[in-house]
Design a binder for this molecule. Structure first.
Ligand SMILES: [Zn+2]
Length: 259
């Protein structure tokens, strides 16, 4: 049974929850944490801190709108990627959002590369930059290869691609991405696909958002600014709301149609 079948009343968000329905549930995954700091701005602002700040703000916003929210981590602590996936499997949710900031390796590229990318899972990256981004975000797993065998990953990917959740992941990615680019005015680097470990095995519709390049001199500064963070959070919340309304309307219609 799909998660959606268990939670058919996603339209309850922003509305009163039907007596026979369930509250929409969201998992927010702040990237990195503890000794895994992730990327860093020129001034030393860490991706792990940005992702947690955004996750906490987004969680509060979605709770205000009526959703139930789980964060995979609530403090600055190391949480292996496999544990994030395991968390999602033990906490059935309507959707899963992993929050990150991107980075470039060289001074030349750091000065030139900025913008927002929203990813959903695919076995093959949508381009060379997407492949490198996934490799960077997956580095924690590659440092501990016993965490997941290749066969397991191949199986999970094949399984996921058959599922309705994969189609909905793409829908969620576009919904969130459009709002983000419109709200921030940041460079639109598009909705992309790549094999992110943290998205593999998540049964709910799942995306990974690179909210900007923390390594860019200007964008890195902006990402540290509370007001700019609020723009990002508002856009994420609107994207989530739109997605839940869309799938809620579809599932309600499907249930009403004769079998
Ligand atoms: Zn990251």
């Amino acid at each position: 049974m799909s998660v959606r079948a268990l939670l058919p009343f996603a339209t309850a968000l922003l509305l009163s929850v039907p007596a026979h329905g369930k509250q929409p549930t969201v998992i927010i995954d702040p990237g990195h944490g503890g000794g895994q700091a992730g990327a860093s701005s020129a001034s030393g602002y860490r991706e792990k801190n940005l992702s947690l700040q955004l996750a906490q703000k987004l969680g509060a916003e979605l709770e205000k709108l009526g959703a139930k929210v789980w964060l995979t981590r609530e403090k600055d602590a190391h949480l292996p990627l496999a544990d994030r996936v395991a968390f999602s499997r033990s906490h059935p949710a309507d959707l899963f959002i992993s929050l990150h900031a991107n980075s470039m390796p060289t001074q030349w590229a750091r000065r030139r590369t900025e913008g927002i990318e929203t990813y959903f899972l695919s076995a093959n990256a949508s381009g060379e930059e997407a492949r490198k981004t996934a490799a960077r975000e997956n580095a924690e797993v590659q440092a501990a290869p016993e965490a997941a065998g290749d066969d397991t990953l191949a199986f999970i990917l094949a399984d996921l691609q058959r599922s309705e959740a994969h189609v909905d992941s793409s829908r969620l990615a576009y919904s969130v991405h459009q709002k983000l680019v419109a709200a921030t005015g940041a460079t639109d680097r598009g909705v992309q696909q790549a094999p992110f470990y943290v998205l593999m095995g998540v049964e709910a519709p799942a995306i990974l958002v690179e909210v900007g390049f923390i390594s860019h001199p200007t964008e890195g500064k902006k990402l540290q600014d509370a007001k700019y963070q609020d723009l990002i959070v508002q856009a994420l919340a609107e994207g989530v709301t739109t997605f839940l309304e869309q799938v809620g309307a579809r599932d309600t219609k499907a249930e009403a149609e004769p079998k």
